[in-house]
Design a protein around this ligand. Structure first.
Ligand SMILES: *Cc1c(COP(=O)(O)O)cnc(C)c1O
Length: 389
């Protein structure tokens, strides 16, 4: 069942990295719930594995699967998305180095960079990554890493990955892209010149809201060695059960993403025409300021969108009135979620900065799931009638 790089995305999603288990022939990769492995003689491990912080067969299968989906040669799984991003910092940077980071990256990423890594002498400049001139202007002689997300959370602004890779490489820096929102089904940053792709596998890759996990994929053997060194030396690795769950999730990534995209588009188009909503942020709409870039860079436009309701009160009324869209943080699961970023995911971001990145009090974010679209539209219709009353 060895996959080829010429196999289609769906074929690789189902099979890449996974062989029937030696011995039993189990078609599903077993959950190797073990901390250590027997050695034939001193220094001669029977199956090539020594200690499970360093390597675990369930984790190895997931890492190979994710590498294949991103079109990279190497994958490294971590205990969370933030652990994966931290591993990127520890692999590529030293004290005194400078990072250019997108201003509206995931809030936890910004918090880690600003409050943890800056204490260890790494310097950060946060810029609007949809503005390439701003990215270029932020580069210093000490810049070693450019870290961006596209589309961004929650305003769905895009970053031109190929152009950003050029800016990073001209400066002698690496480009790292958090591809959590788009997933490799919609966008493959390595093909646009990125050096590292990071994921919170917690979201679409696992897809069922029952795991916290992260991963990094790269084509560079040197970077990969650095990531494996971090797994071994700093230990932020996922357990085998969690790896197995993510591996189970990626088998249906292509199927789920098609459904997320179809529903996302229907919900976006419905909301554009709704009198209670002033703006809809969705890259698939022709009215999105970067729609052309979205068409060039993404295969489809995903299931994430945000809408402007006008005020904090109206936002709260809407999210309190939906039946199917559950009020919760996170995203990318099969079930639809709704949230108020300013009061939830972005509550720790200073108000001034929230304004700069477009996170208004009345902004509502939707993670559109794979339920029947008629039911999702009816749910929103009913909930929005509360705002008009
Ligand atoms: C959730 C998320 C993260 C953090 O991942 P965890 O698995 O929660 O640690 C990082 N980046 C993006 C874009 C996310 O949505």
């Amino acid at each position: 069942m060895t996959t080829r790089s010429s196999d289609g995305f769906g074929t690789r999603a189902v099979h890449a990295g996974q062989e029937p288990a030696p011995g039993s022939g189990a078609i599903m990769t077993p959950i190797y719930q073990t901390s250590t492995y027997v050695q034939e003689a001193v220094g001669k491990p029977r199956g090539g594995y020594e200690y499970a912080r360093v390597t675990n067969p369930t984790r190895s299968a997931l890492e190979a699967n994710l590498a294949s989906l991103e079109g990279g040669s190497f994958g490294a799984a971590f205990a969370s998305g933030l652990a994966a991003i931290e591993a990127v910092v520890k692999t590529t940077l030293s004290a005194g180095d400078h990072v250019v980071c997108g201003a509206n990256v995931y809030g936890g990423t910004e918090r880690m960079f600003r409050t943890v890594w800056s204490r260890f002498g790494v310097e950060f400049t946060f810029v609007d990554s949809s503005d390439l001139d701003a990215v270029r202007a932020a580069v210093t002689p000490g810049t070693r890493l450019v870290h961006v997300e596209t589309p961004t959370n929650p305003t769905m602004a895009l970053c031109d990955l190929a152009a950003c890779a050029d800016v990073a490489h001209e400066a002698g820096a690496l480009l790292s892209v958090d591809n959590t929102f788009a997933t490799p089904f919609l966008q493959r940053p390595l093909e646009s010149g990125a050096d590292l792709v990071v994921h919170s596998t917690t979201k679409y890759l696992n897809g069922h809201s029952d795991v916290i996990g992260g991963a990094v994929v790269t084509d560079s053997e040197e970077i990969a060695e650095g990531l494996y060194y971090q797994q071994k030396s700093t230990g932020g690795v996922p357990g085998p059960m969690d790896c197995w769950l993510v591996l189970r999730g990626t088998k249906t990534l292509h199927v789920r993403m098609k459904a997320h995209c179809a529903n996302g588009r229907r919900v976006a188009e419905y909301l554009v025409g709704h009198p209670a909503i002033s703006t809809v942020h969705y890259p698939g709409l022709a009215s999105h300021p970067q729609h052309e870039l979205a068409k060039r860079q993404m295969r489809d436009f995903g299931g994430m969108l945000s809408v402007e309701t006008g005020s904090a009160e109206r936002a709260r009324a809407l999210v309190g009135a939906t039946r199917l869209f559950a009020l919760a943080e996170s995203l990318g699961g099969v079930e639809s979620l709704i949230s108020v970023p300013a009061a939830m995911t972005h509550a720790s971001v200073p108000e001034e900065r929230r304004r700069q990145i477009g996170v208004t009090p009345g902004l509502v974010r939707l993670s559109v799931g794979v339920e029947d679209s008629e039911d999702l539209l009816a749910d929103l219709e009913e909930a929005l009638s509360v705002l008009q009353a």
